[in-house]
Design a protein around this ligand. Structure first.
Ligand code: GCU
Length: 436
């Protein structure tokens, strides 16, 4: 469903305008036409929807009003207008596939298959779990990965993934896993550092849950839970981000039964589209005690109304399967969206949240990511936490590599590109030590 709100702007009043509109809305031609704005001076004037005011204008001034009225209202708006509504939780089954020592004997490494689904079908996701060797019930980072569990470490005994995988040039259904792809993403996964600090690492290939291409939801969780989702109106049905989030919650179901993990101390972490996913998972499932968004950008931590770098139109055109079918209503029309992403961060309150940006990641709008986290501060304080720390929120965005992590909302702007680095992990580990 695509609406550009043309009537409002009068685009339909003449034939040339109609042609222009058709060109703009054509995914193929539109892609070549899109020039991202990176100029702060060209950001449209905008007003953010208030976090602490109900849709009907009633102010929210107590923690109870937030909890009982405003939070459910915002959850519902994000579900129906942005990510899509997911079916209820379904039962899981688990099976241990392998157990072995790893990281020079400092860790136990297991592979556990978790299967879930509905009447029609099921999906199986393989959890790769590292736990500190002699610890009982460790706090954990739960994360999705882009290239298969075998990509996070060159260890030849990690099983190769035979599911659909993305290749560098775009979307493909080929299985690109091979011996050569072992450890290709290892720089993003400092497993030893994580273990040395007493944390477990649990990772899952995101394509196990839902392959990341637009196939009208013929596969993955959408297919497996089709009848369970059938009562949800089509325009509100879950997109892939909601599907991956749903998988994270089922992984959490499993972690709560795993006696090597402390199910009350689990952080959900994700990078980029998987950072968008960790935010939605953290908002939807309050069992996650810490939520980390690494360079999540548009549809993640960044404020959509700034329309700088990637925009709602751009993301819906490139990735029509990520969000629900209502979301394109806000293509080039951010101001009519009843929510913006600062409210998503607020939905995580009072649990700890960390938003990270990178200086060269302009596509993800680092400033918009910071402003989102900053705006959520008022809810954190209403709920009795110290928000971004100190007696009042910071007035300015911090310098690069000066992490703000003394409060319940953490933020840093790392020098460098769109990526996950050891610097990022060092901040998350330090923050997690205080909050998990
Ligand atoms: C694209 C997309 C972003 C996304 C990123 C990723 O760049 O436009 O929204 O975050 O891919 O997930 O790698």
């Amino acid at each position: 469903m695509i609406s550009l709100q043309p009537a409002k702007n009068g685009y339909l009043n003449s034939l040339p305008h109609l042609i222009w509109l058709l060109l703009l809305t054509s995914p193929v031609i539109g892609q070549t036409k899109f020039v991202a704005n990176y100029d702060e001076n060209k950001i449209p004037a905008y007003e953010l929807p208030a976090i602490l005011t109900m849709q009907d204008g009633t102010p929210v001034s107590t923690a109870q009003q937030w909890r009982e009225k405003r939070r459910p209202e915002l959850m519902d708006l994000f579900a129906k207008q942005v990510y899509g509504r997911s079916p209820e939780a379904c039962p899981i089954q688990s099976k241990v596939i392998s157990t072995t020592d790893a990281i020079q004997g400092k860790a136990l490494r297991r592979e556990v298959d978790v299967t879930f689904g509905g009447k029609s079908d099921s999906v199986t996701m393989r959890l790769l779990i590292y736990t500190p060797k002699d610890a009982k019930a460790s706090p954990a980072f739960l994360t999705l990965n882009f290239q298969g569990n075998h990509s996070i470490d060159p260890d030849p005994s990690i099983s190769l993934n035979s599911n659909w995988m993305r290749n560098r040039s775009g979307i493909t259904e080929n299985n690109l896993s091979s011996e050569k792809s072992r450890g290709v993403a290892a720089s993003r996964w400092p497993v030893e550092l994580i273990i040395d600090h007493g944390f477990a690492l649990v990772t899952i290939y995101y394509g196990d849950i839902d392959p990341d291409f637009d196939d009208q939801f013929k596969n993955g969780v959408h297919s497996a839970l089709r009848s369970e989702a059938s009562s949800i109106p089509n325009e509100e049905k879950w997109g892939s981000i909601a599907g991956w989030s749903y998988g994270l919650s089922r992984a959490m179901d499993y972690l709560q039964q795993d006696n090597q993990i402390d199910g009350n101390r689990v952080a959900v972490f994700g990078h980029s589209r998987l950072g968008k996913t960790s935010l939605w998972a953290g908002a939807s499932d309050e069992r996650f005690k810490l939520v980390i968004s690494n360079n999540s950008g548009c549809g993640g931590a960044a404020l959509s109304r700034r329309a700088i770098g990637e925009t709602i139109w751009r993301i819906n055109t490139s990735f029509p399967h990520w969000f629900c079918d209502n979301y394109p209503l806000y293509n080039e029309n951010e101001r009519d969206c009843p929510v913006d992403q600062h409210q998503l961060i607020a939905l995580i309150a009072p649990r700890a949240v960390y938003v990270a940006s990178a200086t060269e990641d302009r596509w993800a709008d680092p400033k918009g990511e910071f402003l989102s986290a900053l705006q959520a501060d008022e809810v954190y304080r209403l709920l009795g936490t110290d928000g971004m720390g100190g007696s009042a929120p910071p007035e300015k965005m911090p310098q690069a590599d000066q992490a703000i992590r003394s409060g319940t909302i953490g933020y840093h702007l790392r020098t460098g590109k769109h990526d996950v680095t050891t610097y990022d992990w060092e901040q998350y580990i330090a923050f997690a030590k205080r909050h998990l």
